[in-house]
Design a protein around this ligand. Structure first.
Ligand code: AMP
Ligand code: MG
Length: 324
């Protein structure tokens, strides 16, 4: 390594770049190979189940004038292309809705997401700046139907990892329990009353099975129950043993008036969403429900990893130095 090619970074990589070999060695380590074996098993199950249920795979969108506005603030991740602002994909939710509007019935994407999370998130153990979702959406399905589909998918993944990747789990010292269905379902407001604002950590640490938590107030596109204002037809899977949230999903708003009201309630700038809103105004969006499973968080849970940084090579942890 050329002396002076790297400045001191505070991450064990010195001025002359010593430590870079260590960074590369970690990629080929027994732990990472085991995590990658588990990842491969999980993705094999995902593709198999989607295929057998007729869910069509789309290739990911990585740049677009619009992306998920998210429910929390992140640093700007847009680029300028000849005077047009293009967002790096935060999630494909809006494109999932548009693909169904275009006539597809059930879709999934292995979707890279870029979210430039605030540096303090690095300590959560479960945030990266880039990660991958298995993101799916199904026309005409209800919340209950997608919850069933999702928990069965999770149980099948865990079963495959347990039975076919015992060697990898052994190398990691992980005892992964089989998922017992159906998962228990809780309402986020009940949990907040019982455990306070950080109910997610409390519930995750207290559980030995993944659980569902429904009814979260968040982005405009998660459907508000028409019969119960300020109640939302959305759902998260919270992993047990402190691993926290692993999946988020919802029934979607599809009616123009509802979408407008929800966007205005959030105080959103409607300008960037003009084309999406035009599709909604024409009545082309369709009722649907879907979800997204964070792949690195899934690997972390299956493998029992302390930090999500160990769930993939080239992990980018908020607030930590970025090398490759
Ligand atoms: P969301 O729709 O924001 O809940 O994202 C869907 C899923 O992606 C979450 O349930 C997580 O599993 C995963 N995820 C979200 N943000 C991150 C992040 N910054 N790093 C890693 N995984 C994430
Ligand atoms: Mg979420």
């Amino acid at each position: 390594m050329g002396a002076g090619a790297y400045s001191g970074r505070g991450d064990g990589i010195g001025e002359s770049g010593e430590g870079l070999e260590e960074t590369l060695r970690k990629i080929g380590s027994a732990e990472m190979r085991s995590a990658l074996g588990v990842l491969g098993e999980a993705m094999r199950v995902v593709h198999g189940r989607m295929y057998s249920e007729g869910v069509v795979q789309l290739m990911p969108i990585m740049i677009s004038p619009i992306t998920d506005p998210l429910n929390h603030s992140v640093f700007d991740a847009s680029i300028d292309y000849c005077g047009t602002k293009l967002e790096l994909t935060k999630s494909m939710i809006l494109h999932k809705q548009l693909a169904l509007a275009g006539g597809l019935d059930a879709i999934y994407i292995v979707s890279p997401n870029v979210r430039l999370e605030k540096p303090e998130k690095g300590e959560s153990g479960r945030h990266l700046l880039e990660f991958v979702q298995v993101d799916y959406e199904m026309k005409g399905r209800s919340m209950e139907q997608v919850m069933r589909f999702s928990e069965e998918l999770l149980a099948e993944i865990v079963e495959a990892v347990r039975t076919r990747r015992g060697q990898e789990l052994g190398a990691l010292g992980r005892e992964l329990r089989a998922v017992e269905l159906p998962l228990k379902v809780f309402d986020s407001h009940e949990l907040e009353r019982e455990y306070g604002a950080d109910w997610e950590t409390a519930v995750s640490e207290a559980s030995r099975m993944p659980v569902w938590v429904t009814n979260h107030e968040r982005e405009f596109y998660d459907r508000e129950d028409p019969a119960r204002p300020f109640t939302y037809r959305n759902y998260d899977i919270i992993y047990p043993e402190g691993f926290g949230e692993g999946l988020s999903g919802a029934e979607r708003e599809w009616e123009y008036g509802r979408i407008l009201e929800r966007m205005e309630r959030k105080g959103m700038d409607l300008g960037p969403y003009a084309a999406y809103l035009e599709v909604a105004r024409k009545g082309l969006l369709v009722p649907s429900a879907g979800a997204g499973i964070g792949v690195e968080r899934l690997v972390r849970y299956c493998c029992g990893l302390k930090h999500i940084a160990d769930a993939r090579p080239f992990a980018k942890v908020p607030g930590r130095p970025l090398v490759f």
